[in-house]
Ligand binder design. Structure first.
Ligand code: BES
Ligand code: ZN
Length: 454
């Protein structure tokens, strides 16, 4: 396989250039104004898979299309299903970007653009490694199937249906996803657990129109005040979520796992300095890593209502809305907890207020089997690609398809993240280290031979 690694080393600059072309396409799945760019991104990925030597197609869904590609000529060898997403988060706030979000810029050893690390750059390492095997070697040591979707950042609402209705086509032994992070620079990791998620929106209505706050104020309830009151009730003083039943299905951390988390280097002062904060916050009795990786949360993502323009305006607003997400841990169920949250709001609703509660999406948490032979293959591939053995971590983000791969296709997922937590994913100035990009492609190339050898 040295020929494959040589090929990747020789084509480093072309790989960055190809990634930059993909990053130039503003494939924002959340905003319908970007729809033509979603199509363009799917076509770009499709072309690249075809050029690499795969049989590929663009498969429409009720939402954004899925790009599928396969090479299945390694008879008797395992099949890896590679998943990634070509959609990206909205680039806002635009004025905080040093260079524009969709004009990729290479500086300080990184490529800067929305989607650089999440997930275009990471996903591209697998496209590059498969292309390198086929171009430099003529064949792959395992079978590969790519599923690249365009709705991950909006909850993958059409993906389960695709998996359900294509079980035979997607038959595989293991799934591979690079959409997470290393533990720290120079510390590659395998992520064996992710949090799940539920997302909902609550709108409270008080008076049927905005009212003069002098004429009516004090005599009728203010929905913005009421919403803040409800949100204030979500946590107690010790950071515990107050929704009845919220913790019922939470699997407690074992002493062994807590000890393993604690053995990872963590500098709380540096963590705070990076975030510009003076203290951490969270559920009492847990460390920062435990809170981020293995405890559930309830966060308001945005709140609006009443007058938010310049200068004062004296009103009792008619409406107020909050967008809320909860991160969930094994064995919490997003559907059950959405209902619990709805009930909590209903039961705490003050008189005079009516509520509209809508759900946006949900995804289950996941934990992988640490002992599988695929895990061993991934460890050794990372060691070869990065020159360092990976640490085993959990992470707090969510990739809903991981639980679906388990439940619908019956396979475990290898979460091999090449990113860094400092890559500004979902934030302004997202970037991806070119070194990590290259090492990720090398590790990916090694993974295919390790999976075959295992
Ligand atoms: N790549 C992230 C998930 C991630 C990031 C996992 C860092 C672990 C570490 C992914 O693209 C993402 O942001 N997912 C969403 C899912 C949601 C919209 C259903 C998330 O976690 O908010
Ligand atoms: Zn992602």
């Amino acid at each position: 396989m040295q020929d494959v690694l040589d090929f990747l080393n020789a084509n480093r600059d072309q790989a960055v250039e190809q990634l930059a072309q993909l990053l130039r396409i503003p494939s924002v799945s959340a905003d319908s104004a970007f729809l033509p760019h979603m199509t363009a991104a799917a076509e770009f990925v499709h072309n690249a898979l075809c050029e690499a030597g795969l049989d590929a197609e663009i498969i429409p869904t009720a939402g954004h299309s899925i790009v599928y590609g396969e090479w299945t000529k390694a008879e008797g060898e395992p099949t890896a299903l590679i998943y990634g997403h070509y959609d990206v988060q909205p680039p806002d706030p635009l004025d905080l970007w040093t260079t524009p979000a969709f004009e990729p810029d290479v500086r300080d050893g990184c490529i800067w653009a929305r989607g650089a690390t999440d997930d275009k750059g990471q996903l591209w390492t697998h496209v590059l490694s498969v292309a390198a095997w086929l171009k430099a070697h003529g064949s792959l040591p395992v079978n590969v199937k790519f599923v690249i979707e365009g709705e991950e950042e909006v909850g993958s609402n059409n993906l389960d249906h695709f998996l359900e209705s294509n079980k035979e086509k997607l038959k595989c032994d293991v799934a591979v996803v690079s959409d997470t992070s290393q533990y720290a620079p120079g510390m590659p990791a395998i992520t064996y657990g992710l949090r799940g998620i539920l997302a909902c929106e609550v709108t409270l209505t008080g008076p049927n129109r905005d009212l003069h706050s002098g004429v009516f104020g004090g005599s009728v309830i203010n929905p913005v005040n009421a919403l803040c009151g409800l949100i204030g009730k979500l946590h107690d003083e010790s950071g515990r979520i107050q929704v009845p039943g919220f913790y019922d299905d939470v699997k407690p951390l074992t002493d062994g796992e807590r000890a393993e988390f604690a053995s990872l280097p963590h500098d709380e002062a540096a963590y705070l300095a990076d975030l510009g904060m003076s203290s951490v916050w969270g559920e009492h009795g847990f460390t920062t890593l435990e809170r981020r990786w293995a405890r559930p949360t309830c966060d308001v993502n945005g709140i609006f209502g009443g007058y938010t323009g310049e200068g004062p305006k004296t009103i009792v607003p008619s409406k107020a809305t909050a967008k809320i997400t909860c991160r969930l841990v094994p064995d919490q169920d997003p559907h059950a907890l959405t209902e619990a949250l709805r009930k909590f709001f209903e039961q705490n609703l003050p008189p005079g207020i009516s509520m509209k509660f809508t759900t946006a999406h949900g995804g289950k948490p996941s934990i992988a089997d640490l002992e599988s032979p695929y895990m061993a293959a991934a460890k050794s591939a990372i060691e070869k690609g990065f020159g360092t053995a990976p640490v085993m971590i959990r992470e707090g983000g969510s990739i809903p398809v991981v639980a679906s791969f388990d439940q619908i296709l019956g396979v475990d997922t290898l979460l091999l993240g090449w990113g860094q937590n400092s890559d500004n994913l979902h934030s302004p100035n997202e970037h991806f280290s070119i070194e990590d990009f290259h090492k990720g492609a090398l590790a990916s190339a090694c993974l295919w031979s390790e999976l075959a050898a295992g």
